[in-house]
Design a protein around this ligand. Structure first.
Ligand SMILES: *[C@@H]1O[C@H](CO)[C@@H](O)[C@H](O)[C@H]1NC(C)=O
Ligand SMILES: *[C@@H]1O[C@H](CO)[C@@H](O)[C@H](O)[C@H]1NC(C)=O
Ligand SMILES: *[C@@H]1O[C@H](CO)[C@@H](O)[C@H](O)[C@H]1NC(C)=O
Ligand SMILES: *[C@@H]1O[C@H](CO)[C@@H](O)[C@H](O)[C@H]1NC(C)=O
Ligand SMILES: *[C@@H]1O[C@H](CO)[C@@H](O)[C@H](O)[C@H]1NC(C)=O
Length: 949
């Protein structure tokens, strides 16, 4: 076709040919080009000349021989399109079209073998054909920047045809609609000096093929919303780099020390990424560096003092001024973090120059000194740095359930105050150093150590004078809770959580003492008591018992009691039957389920208010028959029996249930103030007062404690799955309890997700749960983060009627959270943010909320972290005396031993006991007929209210 076309062209133009020297084909294309412009007059091409090459030549046109080789019309404001046959100007070598108003589709440049320079940047071309490249064998410089190429069709990637342009020196395509990964082949263009791909939507890592390339200028900054990710180590193998822009992405990891190899570097901007760790001196001392931007990362340690331009704000440095060293404890802790490769969730909270001030996740202080490192189950990767051995004040090191490798540093054994080292469920290697008497070392479930020491359950490892406990140590807190499984039989299903709850109770009680010690600035950290709990071999017939050894400090290294020795206590099993209540009683209490008694409706049924004959208020949930199928009846009974065991002052527990015929009824405490959602979102129409900051903080802490308890029930750990403000109920004192936990498990497959959608709880769903349906406790943590956001803003989690930007509270809040001004504007207008102290507390909660609602589950903290953050805030805003500590008439200040004794006594007398997070014991007695607890705790109800979202 083309030769034929050309032939006919030549024929039709014969008369002109006679007079002109310019190739008639080129002339015809120039005419077509001219006529496709809106403002051809700008070019001043003479209408009376058919000889663009001249002489006299047309303006802006340059020829070689009689062929057009250049058109230079940059910055003229030329508007229009390029005709598809434009590239029949086959001798083109240089196009200067930049900064005009060209629009529409670019013609394919394929096969323009003479083209060296193509400046198409700064136009409005909106389409680039897939075959644009290919055969551009002379190309030196291609600029496509600032064209909205293929944006309407989802963007484009640089095609491999570009490898035909082996001479290419400069490739710039910033703001040109690129998406997807950076192509590997760019690393193999051996002449490439300048690669500018800023302001696109590139994703993924810098390709490893870039190592060894000759690139000098590398601009990959500001890639859309997600941006480029991964570490940037590969750039340290690009020795010619002079100018590097990587800012505005999601790069992670430390800035590598090997960056010292980039001696030609004059400018490097790494700001607004997620770089972690210390700033290597190899970077700051680069000989030619003049401009370094590191602001808005997660960098730590000291700020270097340099003479050139340097920005560094918005990091987690220990000091605010360049050149100031970190405190010795901070230096040691940063060394520890380095060994763990700077996990993001720690990195973001460990800021400042005093680990005892502010929110240092997992750091517990006493008397202003670091007393404990409490970071179990965080999937920490890496080694235990010997720098921990410099933290003389350490009493506890709790790193169980991580993925730590390498050896246990031997200098830890020199720590003078050390009492407990829990390293169980890791991947540590022998040898295990010798710890002195009085130190309890837990190293169970470290395969390499287990193999080396092949421990037997009844003897201490011979090479460790300190107590080393290897087998079955449930304290490792394996997140999935399925290590050392005990199979679910009706019997053990009941006992297992109880045992675990008790185990946790004890370790938490220990924690409480640290905490109280810290608060009261006590000089001793802990009573001279060490407690080791170790569950009995489950094959033993007496497995329903828990062995508990309480030893005095003087011989604390021998806490391991023999089976059935004194000092243990049996857990009493309560038969499920004790909680069965007759339907007739509930019919009477609710006036035959009168419409007037309806409190709310939820995914699982309708909730009615009820009054027992003695005046006690209750809430009765009448489950929809379809929710619990007959087939699931046995399971229903077992599950409900289990749920009745969940007792915590911040949880609305099931007090009893009925199952007769089609009726499935659950009885709950009555919570007079109803759902939190009502007080946050509908207080005006309901004629209520808005919640004060103090109340909100208390509610946040209550919910955190309730959830923490649920998550820590052990092998049967409960996941709420539907935490939301409509499921948080308030008592007359405005203290909060979480309701409706555990029910989700009862719903038949598929049923729940429908219910969720109908109830509109999408705004609370963790992304991974919403997408994969896979659930861990971290999904609850996400929902909790959303509840915190609601508490701060007074906005519902999801509101379709809001503008798109703010529709999903979680995503909007996460974006604005770090901007103080925007945050201030976002806060519920009933809260006074002009007071700086108030605002500081709000900022802390906002940060916690963002942390909890982090996109990746592993970035979210445990609920215990939320408790740790909130406790000091609640302290700050509470009046001199906190009446809540007497809430259940339990003296929180009892010494641990006395508390344990009280629990044992209670146990013997036919009551069951469990603890809440703050170490209190909520002892729930059952009367002999086993209906409703004889000591009503202020009965409350639980429902998913109709206003729930
Ligand atoms: C080039 O294409 C335009 C339409 O885009 C057409 O009008 C013109 O005749 C063509 N010229 C040649 C020489 O093919
Ligand atoms: C590449 O771009 C640089 C400026 O960024 C310029 O100095 C150099 O001449 C260009 N090289 C080529 C071959 O276009
Ligand atoms: C790139 O991302 C931005 C949002 O950051 C979006 O507005 C734009 O449409 C995306 N472009 C393409 C080509 O996907
Ligand atoms: C940078 O620092 C590290 C030690 O911190 C050193 O091993 C390395 O060789 C240094 N220099 C270069 C050019 O990487
Ligand atoms: C430092 O920054 C200032 C202001 O941004 C700029 O004017 C100056 O040229 C920069 N100096 C160097 C050496 O880059």
């Amino acid at each position: 076709m083309p030769p034929l076309l050309f032939f006919s062209l030549v024929l039709s133009l014969l008369p002109i040919l006679a007079k002109s020297t310019t190739d008639p084909g080129d002339y015809a294309i120039l005419l077509a080009f001219q006529s496709s412009l809106d403002n051809p007059e700008i070019l001043k091409w003479p209408s009376d000349s058919q000889d663009p090459c001249g002489p006299p030549k047309w303006p802006h046109v340059f020829c070689e021989g009689n062929r057009v080789s250049q058109i230079q019309i940059q910055n003229l404001g030329v508007a229009g399109t390029l005709p598809a046959n434009f590239t029949q100007l086959s001798m083109l070598s240089n196009l200067g079209f930049q900064n005009n108003k060209f629009r529409g589709k670019l013609p394919s440049f394929r096969g323009l073998t003479n083209l060296k320079y193509a400046f198409l940047n700064g136009n409005q071309f909106d389409t680039i054909p897939l075959d644009f490249f290919g055969g551009l064998s002379s190309l030196l410089d291609l600029s496509l920047d600032e064209n909205p190429l293929n944006q309407s069709t989802g963007g484009w990637t640089l095609p491999t045809d570009l490898t035909d342009s082996a001479e290419l020196v400069n490739l710039t395509c910033s703001k040109c609609g690129l998406v997807g990964p950076i192509p590997d082949f760019l690393g193999s263009l051996s002449n490439l000096n300048v690669l500018q791909l800023s302001y696109n939507n590139l994703t993924g890592m810098i390709p490893s093929s870039f190592a060894g390339s000759n690139i000098k200028v590398l601009w990959l900054n500001n890639q859309g919303s997600s941006g480029l990710t991964g570490p940037v180590d590969v750039i340290t193998q690009m020795p010619f780099l002079t100018d590097v822009w990587l800012h505005g992405n999601s790069f992670t990891g430390p800035i590598p020390d090997s960056i010292g190899a980039l001696t030609a570097l004059t400018r490097i901007w790494l700001n607004s990424n997620q770089f972690v760790g210390l700033i290597p001196s190899n970077l700051t001392s680069l000989p030619n560096l003049q401009d370094l931007q590191l602001d808005n990362n997660l960098l730590m340690g000291p700020i270097p003092s340099v003479k050139y331009n340097f920005t560094y704000s918005g990091n987690s440095f220990c000091a605010s001024d360049p050149g100031v060293k970190c405190a010795p404890d901070v230096t040691s802790l940063l060394g520890f973090l380095h060994g763990l490769n700077y996990p993001t969730h720690l990195d973001s909270s460990w800021s400042g120059n005093d680990p005892c001030v502010g929110d240092w996740m997992g750091i517990i202080c006493s008397s202003g000194k670091v007393a404990a490192i409490n970071l179990p189950n965080l999937r920490l990767n890496g080694t235990i740095s010997p720098s921990l051995g410099n933290l003389d004040s350490l009493v506890d090191i709790k790193l169980g359930g991580n993925n730590l490798t390498g050896q246990i540093p031997s200098n830890l054994s020199n720590l003078k105050s050390l009492k407990l080292v829990n390293l169980s469920s890791n991947n540590l290697a022998p040898p295990v150093p010798s710890f002195p008497n009085g130190v309890t070392l837990l190293v169970a479930n470290n395969p390499l150590i287990d193999k080396a020491s092949s421990p037997s359950p009844s003897t201490d490892s011979p090479n460790t004078p300190g107590t080393q406990i290897t087998p079955n140590s449930n304290d490792n807190g394996n997140e999935n809770g399925n290590r050392g499984t005990s199979k679910k039989s009706n019997n053990s299903a009941i006992i297992v959580p109880t045992v675990c709850a008790s185990l946790i109770a004890i370790s938490l009680a220990g924690f409480l003492f640290y905490y109280k010690g810290k608060r009261r600035k006590a000089s001793t950290l802990m009573p001279e008591t060490s407690i080791v709990v170790h569950p009995h071999d489950s094959s033993d017939p007496g497995s329903n018992s828990l062995k508990l050894a309480v030893a005095n400090g003087s011989n604390a290294h021998t806490p391991r009691s023999e089976p059935h020795s004194s000092g243990h206590s049996n857990i009493h099993i309560i038969e499920a039957g004790n909680f069965i209540i007759s339907v007739q009683v509930l019919l009477n209490a609710t006036k035959n389920f009168s419409q007037k008694n309806i409190l709310g409706r939820g995914g699982f049924g309708t909730v009615y208010k009820g009054e027992l004959h003695d005046g006690t208020m209750i809430a009765v949930k009448r489950m929809e028959a379809s929710v619990v199928t007959n087939k699931a009846l046995d399971e229903f009974q077992a599950e409900i029996a289990m749920l009745t065991k969940v007792r915590h002052r911040n949880l609305v527990s099931i007090l009893g249930f009925s199952m007769e015929g089609q009726e499935r009824l659950l009885v709950y405490e009555f919570m007079p103030q109803g759902a939190l959602s009502k007080h946050l979102f509908h207080w005006k129409p309901a004629g209520l007062n808005p919640l004060s900051l103090k109340r909100r903080l208390n509610i946040a802490l209550d919910v955190a404690r309730g959830m923490e308890y649920l998550h820590n029930l052990g092998q049967q750990s409960f996941i709420h799955r539907d935490l939301k403000s409509a499921n948080i109920l308030l008592g007359d004192d405005f203290r909060a309890k979480v309701s409706d936990f555990g029910l989700v498990k009862l719903a038949p497959d598929g049923k729940y997700s429908v219910a969720t959608r109908l109830a509109g709880t999408f705004g609370y769903l963790a992304p991974e749960y919403a997408v994969t349906g896979k659930i861990t406790t971290k999904a609850d943590v996400f929902s909790y983060g959303v509840v915190l956001m609601e508490l701060l803003t007074g906005l519902t989690a999801l509101d379709e009627s809001r503008v798109e930007e703010t529709r999903y509270l979680a995503s909007w809040f996460t974006q604005i959270r770090t901007d103080k001004q925007k945050l201030r504007e976002a806060i519920d207008s009933t809260l006074d943010t002009s007071d700086e102290e108030t605002f500081a507390s709000i900022c802390t909660v906002a940060e916690l909320a963002g942390h909890c609602a982090a996109r990746e589950p592993y970035q979210r903290p445990d609920m215990s972290h939320a408790v740790m953050v909130l406790v000091p805030l609640v302290e700050k805003w509470k009046p001199a005396k906190d009446e809540s500590e007497e809430y259940l008439g339990i003296d929180l200040h009892l010494p641990l031993l006395q508390m344990v004794k009280g629990w044992q006594d209670a146990d013997v007398s036919g009551t069951t006991a469990s603890t809440d997070m703050s170490g209190t014991y909520s002892i729930v007695s059952l009367d002999s007929k086993g209906s409703i607890p004889s000591r009503p705790i202020g009965f409350a109800e639980s429902f998913t209210s109709a206003d729930g979202r």
